[in-house]
Design a protein around this ligand. Sequence first.
Ligand code: P1T
Length: 387
Amino acid sequence: MSWSKEEFGFDTRAIHAGQIPDPTTGAIMTPLYLTSTYVQSAPGIHQGYDYSRSGNPTRSAYEQCVANLESARFGFAMASGCVGTATIVHLLSAGDHVVACDDMYGGSYRLFERVFAKQGIRFSYVDLSDAGNLARALEKETKLVWIETPSNPLMKLIDIEAIVKLSHDAGALLAVDNTFASPYFQRPIELGADIVLHSTTKYINGHSDLIGGVVVTDDDAIAEQLKFLANAIGGIQSAFDAYLCLRSLKTLGVRMRAHEANALAVAKFLEGHAKVERVRYPGLPSHPQHALAERQMSGNSGMLTFNVKGDLAATRRVLERFRVFALAESLGGVESLIEHPAIMTHASLPAEIRASLGIGDNLIRVSVGIESSDDLLADLDHALAAA
Ligand code: P1T
């Protein structure tokens, strides 16, 4: 059964796509195939699987489901978001050029600058929240445009359709890191993007109990190359973690609706708080790109940032006072997390770049979970009193 988006809604596909009752037992849930290899009836004659780096039935079911939710045909489950990013950049060769957005996960920047730049791939970092800046940054050698929208941590949005057009006119592929929105709220491939990346550590798994990534495409030729790279490099996700992600996908819609409702309540509360200087949440009319958010996404996740009125010491006092929010890196889990980008998730960005972007000492990033919203607001109020 194809579980097409024309015929079935997102929540139905999240529960059924890529999955069939086990043919040998009728088990309704996809079994966890803990096997490295598969018995062949004659050399080269097997049932579609020969070695679990190349393919595993649990991983395949999950890859089909997540690709379906991104409105695409091919998914490649990787051991982490970073391996997914690296596998995409391995599509390029020495001498190629990449234009990337200026605000992104610090680990992606580190991978580009400290691993791939050494291998002869050049990167330019540009504020692509103004698509016109892309036209000025494209070069003859530009083979890939890399965007993260909403961006980590500044919640900037990038107009995917505008960037698709400029990238394709220049002969470059567009890859979108869709981690912050999740496929529930944003599907870049429907807007013309070539490749989507997720750190599935975040919303897709949603329970903060594994590290994973997935690369999705609807293009046969790109899929062929990604399949080759996933197997050749071997950064694939374990069957057990693929099983957990497949299980988590079933509640993705339910969780995202709950994250959105809580995040909107938190964003409004913070915007009205005397100790808060600024809130960045695309779901608020005060977000400079609120209109783009409404056009490009069907809603907003649990991610937001705010600036405390005060210096680093005041911000530290706030961060150390939470009781429900946990002070921790990562995001997208059912539990609320809070963190300090300059010291934690974005410490790998050079200080002068952080300063020029606006990742300052009083910036706090919040991943709003799905606890009772009153408890979250009370916790914020209690912590902010220390500012
Ligand atoms: O941690 P890993 O699964 O390898 O994913 C990397 C990654 C890629 N893209 C985005 C947008 C991300 O946020 C991340 C990881 N981010 C964090 C750990 C964080 O706290 O921001």
